[in-house]
Design a protein around this ligand. Sequence first.
Ligand code: ADP
Length: 344
Amino acid sequence: MFISARIKLTAWYLLIIMFISLFFSLVIYRVLTQEFERFERQHRFRIERQFNQDYFPPPGFRQRFTLRLDPELIKETKNRLKFMLIIINSGILVISGGLAYFLAGRTLRPIKDMVEEQNRFISDASHELRTPLTSLKTAMEVSLRDKNLSLMQAKKLISENVDEVNKLQSLSDQLLRLAQFEKPKGNLIFEKINLHQVVQTAVNKIRPIAKIKNISIKTKFQDRNIDISGHKESLVDLFVILLDNAVKYSPRASGVEIKTWSNDGSAQASVTDKGIGISKQDLPLIFDRFYRAETARSKNRAYGYGLGLSIAKKIINLHKGIINVKSEDKTGTIFTVQLPRIKK
Ligand code: ADP
């Protein structure tokens, strides 16, 4: 698909370049031939005048000396000019052909990367949706075939299926959010936001989840008047993702801490946990879509699709911020977020 698009684009580039080149060649040809004729006329006139002065014809002698240039010579000069212009244009055709092909490749590269990325996204998303859907379908088919299925068993199956459907719903929500943040600025309206309020909203959302695991969430606000320019809901989402992960990957009855402070004109926040940690091999990959460390998938069996941090990264990018992570296996993790601060 991209080869034919590249060839078409090359042809268009070439057409434009050759049009410009031929146009200027014609102009050059016209100007040079006119100049040549003017020069020839002037030169001829000067020689004739000189000659007629030197050999003044007797009175009554009407015929004067006239110089005739060989018309063949003029024609030959024009032909040589034409030939040179044809050679130059052929050279331009060959060189710009290669150049146009190279440029077409460069122009199409970001589009190609984007299409490939989207294809990967679609295939990853359909794969993630397919697995739970297949298990749901199988469970229902097996139960349907079971003639001795009791009401209790049926209810248990339905409640399990509702859990699965809820998970699927959360997956589709996450996929939608990810797609929304793919757009430049995510079609979000930015406003002046207080960092402390955003963090507090996120903490309030996560507290009930943390309570189930008896995890305490400690907040430390160095300054409650840190303002940033951003989209409130997405920034709340960002801290919800980080806090949710901190709770999800921490042992029961442990503690999570969230801090905010300002530094060098930037607003900063960090989320610290004493959970399972992230190994050195996993650290560079955790922001990739659908990536889940082995520890998250097997040992801890925490529920998730590996989309949270890629959404968080997209939110950070839209706000021109930075997100960093420091972690030690089996010890804990600290995510630090840096956002541009609005100066007072
Ligand atoms: P999810 O949590 O749904 O799996 P995320 O994109 O939020 O997806 O996180 C990607 C992976 O990064 C997680 O699967 C987990 O392996 C790792 N991770 C993220 N946050 C933490 C944390 N606070 N402690 C340990 N591991 C984490």
